[in-house]
Design a protein around this ligand. Structure first.
Ligand code: NDP
Length: 449
């Protein structure tokens, strides 16, 4: 395995996020390889690490003041062994090939865990929608889709949202695809409810994360009721996670954005959450406004000099990172362990560094890896694809029931596979092994192509 990893680094120099995601999976699948010599003979590990197709393109657009902008656009079609490529689009200045490869790689295994027929991919652009007018975002989305449309399709590759891509962006992207292709199809998920979207898709990742955490606690004779929770982020995943935590009787005392975080020891209750949803989804404001409105809360601005995030120093029972990758490092993990945090469940993709994960797991706290705990979003996207193919809309309760069933199944599978291969209680190894086994077997079945 060490030689495979060394070769990966040599072939993909500088792609640190991709190396990190690969290492996390590679270091936990040896028992599956020992039990399935064919996977080694057919070099499945090496093959799964190489994207099937990596598309990179130029996006030109004109802003409201008539200035020309040039952005980079990408789509990584990582693996289609289990179904059409499926995974979000991220619009954020930090987007580059390494970040999208790590996300696409994670997505392959996450999608396999959902038990739906989905391959894995990811895409996006270094375009920053923050501070842009709706018209500028529309122009960018149209320019982006003018190229992306050549590479996607309802049976080929079905993108969705991610950081910086919400309902507004999906609308503009969908409208543009429909116009150019002269076709109304389920080519994207996260669509509006009036035009092919699924009930519960906006809520799905956050709700799914909390369903997963609830299952973990229940498996240990505990529950979320009365637990104090810290959350990072204030986007799609974070806000719906807060909503579900509130409904299960937990108290959430933090939320953040890229400028800083707020602490509200009284808890972000329904009224305050409504304010946050309006602030973030409609007014596109900053989290600091929360502390201006509610005097019991305080705002802590981001301090770039610190090599840790003071948000993770807050005392709480459960922690839910829901912003971005590598937001919990070793030092943050030390703070969580010192505060005897009982559970860390990942809403964001790869939010914890490898040494951070090691510390959390060693402390005996429950640890839920993103590819298992945040799979509710893509699972509901899969349900949106099914509804589109059937030409039907399922009721909210129906989708929620399926989502809960899928999250429970991912939880139980991760646990049972971990147990089967001698790692009882280790959700990380269990999820990696369960997902890898499925993808690998599908690749073997389909031959070297
Ligand atoms: P949103 O764009 O809705 O929200 C992202 C939030 O994270 C914002 O509060 C944003 O603050 C903050 N954030 C983003 N980048 C950084 C950064 N570098 N440092 C600090 N804060 C940051 O995205 P989502 O909620 O959709 O996604 C959040 C995470 O969840 C991502 O890791 C994503 O990949 C993952 N995820 C999302 C799914 C979905 O269905 N949406 C599905 C599965 C995983 P600001 O506004 O200041 O940028």
């Amino acid at each position: 395995m060490a030689d495979i990893f060394e070769n990966l680094i040599a072939k993909n120099p500088g792609e640190t996020e991709f190396h990190q995601a690969a290492k996390e999976v590679i270091s936990s699948i040896q028992p599956v390889l020992d039990a399935n010599p064919k996977f080694v003979e057919e070099r499945i590990v090496e093959r799964v690490l190489e994207p099937e197709r990596l598309i990179s393109f130029k996006v030109e657009w004109i802003d409201d003041r008539g200035r020309v902008h040039i952005n980079k656009g990408f789509r990584v079609q990582m693996n289609s062994a289990m179904g059409p490529y499926k995974g979000g689009l991220r619009f954020h200045p930090s987007v580059n090939q390494s970040i999208l490869k790590f996300l696409a790689f994670e997505q392959v295994f996450k999608n396999a865990l959902t038990t739906l027929p989905l391959g894995g991919g990811k895409g996006g652009s270094d375009f920053d929608p923050k501070g842009r007018s709706d018209k500028e975002v529309m122009k960018f989305c149209q320019a982006f889709m003018r190229e992306l449309m050549r590479h996607i399709g309802p049976h080929l590759d079905v993108p969705a949202g991610d950081i910086g891509v919400g309902g507004r962006e999906i609308g503009y992207l969908f409208g543009s695809y429909k116009k150019i292709r002269n076709e109304f199809s389920g080519v994207l998920t996260g669509k509006g409810l009036n035009w092919g979207g699924s009930n519960m898709r906006p809520e799905a990742t956050g709700y799914g994360l909390i369903y997963f955490a609830d299952s973990m606690l229940k498996a240990n004779g505990d529950s979320l009721e009365g637990k104090t929770c810290i959350i990072s982020g204030s986007g799609n995943v974070a806000l719906y996670a807060i909503e579900k935590l509130n409904s299960l009787g937990a108290k959430v005392i933090s939320a953040s954005d890229s400028s800083g975080f707020i602490v509200d020891e009284a808890g972000i209750d329904k009224g305050k959450l409504d304010f946050l949803m309006d602030l973030k989804f409609n007014r596109r404001g900053r989290i600091s406004e929360y502390a201006e409105k509610y005097s019991e809360a305080r705002y802590v601005a981001k301090n770039k000099e610190l090599d840790y995030n003071p948000l993770w120093e807050l005392k709480a029972d459960c922690a839910f990172p829901c912003a971005t990758q590598n937001e919990i490092n070793k030092k943050d993990a030390e703070h969580l362990v010192k505060n005897e945090t009982k559970l860390l469940a990942e809403g964001a993709n790869m939010p914890t560094t490898l040494d951070g994960i090691e510390l959390i797991q060693k402390s005996g706290a429950l640890y839920a890896p993103a590819k298992a705990s945040n799979a509710g979003g893509v699972a509901t996207s899969g349900l949106e694809m099914t509804q589109n193919r059937m030409g039907l809309y399922w009721k909210r309760e129906e989708v929620d029931e399926r989502l809960q069933e899928i999250m429970k199944n991912i939880h139980d599978t991760s646990l049972s596979v971990a147990e089967k291969y001698g790692h009882p209680g280790d959700y990380l190894s269990g999820a990696n092994m369960a997902a890898f086994e499925k993808v690998a077997q599908s690749m073997v079945d389909q031959g070297v192509i």
